[in-house]
Design a protein around this ligand. Sequence first.
Ligand code: PMP
Length: 286
Amino acid sequence: MSRTVYVNGDYVPEEDAKISVFDRGFLFADGVYEVTSVLGGKLIDFEGHKVRLQRSLHELAMRAPVTMDELLEIHREMVRLNEIDDGLVYLQVTRGSGGDRDFVFPSDDTVPSLVLFTQSKPGITDSEASKTGIKIISIPDIRWGRRDIKTVQLLYPSMGKMMAKAAGVDDAWMVEDGFVTEGTSNNAYIVKGSKIITRHLGNEILAGITRAAVLRCAKEAQMEVEERSFTVDEAREADEAFVTSATTFVMPVVEIDGEPLGDGTPGRVARRLREIYLDESRKAAV
Ligand code: PMP
């Protein structure tokens, strides 16, 4: 069945959706996005995604195409029209079309483009990967210097996933100046003893909405959290590792660069955090 997508004010069948070839998202990756997961027909961490979207827009001097209240209503309508029980809503805002290709930003009255679509993912919380854990490799981080802005420039993360695939594993962690920055589409963590270690926020990584929620859960459960950089060597010697993102929640990592972590099965801390995070998120879902 064809999905209903949202394009600049209209809910239309995906085959009928139209965006200009001069849209700056298409020509310059001049756009930002958010992915909000849906569990039981409700939006997870919507408030966090909304606030981060506003920040991304602000950092790029881009106008918001609709009010934030309207944005929530559009998300809900997309979930309703596409009958999403478990899955996600993808949202993208671009600077719109200046009517031609020009590196210089178009005038301030250019209308930004807003596109949303859904993906249905039945049973997303019980994925096979969450039970077995995922394997990763480390690769150099050669992305631009403003990774705190959630832009649609995803070519290198996409290449990173292809490098992982070619190596027969699931994903890659990126490394800069000897330290792990983050996963191709997730934040990275290691666990030593009972301490959870994850890189501090800054321009080098995306401030994950799941990261914020998971660290809040960890602190509420009296788990110790340290926000600092770590190396791949330190990760290889850790007791456990995991990643977080809106679509994978808390996902255990069981192998790094061909070496199993601990006994090669999902760790206790990761499993517990996943459970707590999913419980809390379902309760707070809108
Ligand atoms: N880092 C990167 C590079 C990402 O692409 C993502 C997911 N979009 C994340 C971290 C995790 O962010 P969130 O928890 O908000 O999905």
